[in-house]
Design a protein around this ligand. Structure first.
Ligand code: MOS
Length: 698
């Protein structure tokens, strides 16, 4: 690849469209004859619908229809039980979408939804995750296909024999994704063909799921997601809104717009499962780990199994000959958890990186040094070599930039007025994966180029990064390249998820552009009127990758101050150093990394789904009561990256940066709070009531 656009800071290509309101989101496309859908949530927790009375709703002026299990168009039953919506009279959790009201106006639809009367036969339910829940079981695999449990050596014996032991249990609550744009869809049927404008992280897989659910060929479905206002995992696959909108549009034979409300995002779209994690570390007096065990408990629903890979992080992060990880699940009468912001790695790292801090304190070793001492030479899980691993580089560079050397390791050693000040560190990692994609590159008469791929830009800057990649692969200035993403009329590609968007898509873009260059080199004379097009598909290349351990790494540093009188915690500084392969666009990369770190701050101090145990529903289901870190909570935040050339990833050498920013951040903050106050908080969030009564702060 020629030197050029990759590595240059560039603002998002679609930035002006977004800030001037020209960019259209899923329910913003102008449309004649459009109607509006509004969902009706179940009031029962578990049971059976015995009667739906639509009459009061239908009597509302403007209401056109009330869809429910008794009258909705039929879906294929064997595709996805989560999406088998309005097909059965069963209620599996409170808030489940059991009817949709369609009306001429959004107001009428909302009013109609309020008036639909539903009766239930209810059954007893269980909604609270506990470490001794009688229903705990061992799932066959954990997401996205890892073994459930692993064991190496003899953990029990090594732990019992260890000079220094840590045995701690950490808890994280339910977390809710809140993209700015809610789950939202406009659906239209024309002559048996379905067109949806849908807010999702990948329209190719959404098209595939709709094809199966509605039993129509993929070619008869077009899914457009040109602009998406965030997803964070919750829009990783087809979800309720697109299915309900398509059902409703078929039923009323008119286009339907359906956007979930903010409140409806809390549960039915998926959320991060609460976790209960026991971590045990056994080491010698020098802090060399002999035994490590991570036992993770989380929940799933009655509808389908979602097994968060909470302990997987511990399998590969630090060395130690005797190791064990386990995952157990409880099937509760709650909505199904789903992907959210580094699923697995994020909560898992909170536990392991907190336990590492406890081990450092128990051994009297600096926590940066402790991590360096336990650096593995090969992946401790599979024994594979790393394609590249620069955790130590991140730790040392982070320590230098942060001024770690000046730290007095003794807790409660720094005080300014009523503020107790402390610092903490945590490691961070996230898998560097890629999946197959297709792309086309076209040389147009007149000298411009068009690159097409059904990537999804969910606000990350993916479109801009691919444009930069394409320009270099074509060997032309980026001004001559146009890029199109976000439409199933484009060559198929996978989701913006698992931090593998850019790695996967850039691979296909590079191959298409290289192919086009070859083609042009052999072409003589004028270009044809519709240009010269080359298509590339990376399926074979991706499948042929060498079996290596591929991960991005990071080191997270935090400084906090805690009010000695009130327990208020402020994060005065967050600093992350990452080794994540090549950075395509420093502007958008920095935004991804500090965005992830901010989410980690949010996890450490603010976010908490508070369960109403009677209903298995969350009490705080809006942004007034579900607290999320705001700009005013972020004081100083810095993200840096190490130069890293890894030839064993993909043609662009990128590792993925969407998720690693959140991994480890909450632990760094919790470790800093411990350093400031002497109080170790093992259940997030770190609320002031957990600090203020605790010795030695009290
Ligand atoms: Mo990410 S939680 O894989 O969208």
């Amino acid at each position: 690849m020629s030197a050029g656009a990759v590595g240059q800071a560039h603002p998002r290509l679609e930035g002006p469209e977004k800030v001037t309101g020209v960019a259209r989101y899923a329910v913003e496309y102008p449309l004649d004859d459009v109607t509006y859908g509004w969902v009706v949530p179940a009031a029962a927790v578990r049971g059976r619908i015995t009667r739906v009375d639509p009459d009061p709703a239908l009597a509302t002026p403007g209401v056109l229809a009330v869809l429910h299990h008794g009258n909705a168009p039929r879906l294929a039953p064997d595709v996805d039980s989560e999406l088998y919506l309005l097909q059965e009279p069963l209620v599996h959790y409170r808030g489940q979408f059991i009817a949709v009201v369609v009306a001429e106006s959004i107001e009428a639809a909302r009013e109609g939804a309020r008036l639909v009367r539903i009766d239930y036969d209810t059954e007893p339910h269980s909604t609270v995750l506990t470490a001794d829940h009688p229903g705990l079981y061992q799932p066959e695999r954990v997401n996205p296909g890892y073994p459930t449990d692993t064991a190496e050596g003899d953990f029990d014996a090594a732990f019992a024999a260890a000079e220094v032991r840590v045995d701690s249990t950490y808890r994280t609550p339910a977390y809710h994704n809140n993209p700015m744009e809610p789950h939202a869809t406009t659906a239209q049927w024309h002559d048996g063909r379905l067109l949806v404008h849908d807010s999702n992280q990948g329209s190719t897989p959404v098209q595939a799921t709709l094809s199966e659910l509605f039993r129509i060929p993929r070619e008869s479905i077009r899914v457009v997601n040109e602009h998406v206002g965030g997803g964070f995992g919750s829009k990783g696959y087809a979800k309720a809104a697109v299915v309900l909108a398509a059902l409703a549009a078929r039923h009323v034979e008119r286009p339907v717009r359906l956007a979930l409300t903010r409140q409806q995002l809390f549960g039915p779209i998926g959320y991060r499962t609460p976790t209960i994690q026991r971590v045990r570390l056994g080491a010698d007096a020098d802090g060399r780990i002999a035994a490590v065990c991570h036992d993770a408990i989380s929940q799933t629903s009655q509808i389908t199994e979602f097994a968060e890979q909470t302990a997987v992080y511990t399998r590969s992060m630090y060395a130690g000959p005797h190791r064990r990880t386990t995952h157990r699940l409880a099937r509760l009468d709650v909505p199904t958890p789903f992907w959210m912001r580094a699923p697995g790695e994020c909560p898992g790292a909170y536990a392991l990186e907190s336990a590492m801090d406890e081990l450092a304190a128990a051994c009297g070793i600096d926590p940066v040094e402790l991590r360096i001492r336990n650096e593995p030479t090969v992946d401790p899980d599979q024994g594979q070599p790393f394609s590249s691993r620069n955790l130590v580089g991140c730790l040392t560079e982070g320590a230098r930039r942060f001024g770690w050397a000046e730290r007095n390791p003794r807790p409660c050693s720094r005080r300014e007025g009523h503020w107790m000040i402390g610092t903490g560190v945590a490691g961070s990692s996230y898998p560097a994966r890629a999946r197959a994609a297709a792309a086309t590159a076209t040389a147009l008469p007149g000298g411009d180029f068009l690159v097409r791929i059904n990537a999804a830009d969910i606000g990350t800057g993916a479109r801009t990064a691919l444009w930069q990649v394409a320009a270099d692969a074509l060997g032309v200035p980026p001004e001559r390249v146009r890029i199109r993403v976000g439409d199933t009329d484009l060559p198929p590609a996978g989701v913006a998820g698992g931090s593998m968007g850019t790695s996967s898509w850039s691979w296909a873009v590079v191959r298409a552009c290289q192919g086009l260059r070859d083609r042009i080199a052999h072409h003589t004379g004028e270009l044809p009127a519709d240009g010269l097009t080359v298509e590339a598909d990376t399926r074979d290349e991706v499948r042929a990758q060498r079996p290596l351990a591929r991960y991005g790494y990071g080191a997270q540093f935090a400084e906090v101050r805690v009010d000695a009188d009130t327990g208020e915690v402020r994060v005065s500084r967050l600093l992350g150093v990452f080794a994540v392969g090549r950075i395509v666009n420093p502007t958008t990369a920095r935004s991804q990394l500090i965005g992830g770190m901010t989410m980690g701050l949010s996890m450490a101090l603010h976010e908490e789904g508070v369960l109403d145990e009677r209903y298995g529903d969350w009490v705080n289901h809006d942004l007034a009561t579900y607290h999320i870190t705001a700009c005013a909570d972020v004081e100083r935040i810095e993200a840096y990256w190490l130069p890293e050339e890894d030839p064993d990833l993909n043609p662009c050498g990128v590792k993925g940066i969407g998720e690693i920013g959140i991994v480890g951040t909450a632990a760094a903050i919790a470790n800093a709070v411990r350093h400031a106050t002497g109080v170790r908080v093992r259940d997030l969030p770190i609320r002031l009531d957990k600090l203020i009564g605790a010795s030695p702060l009290a």
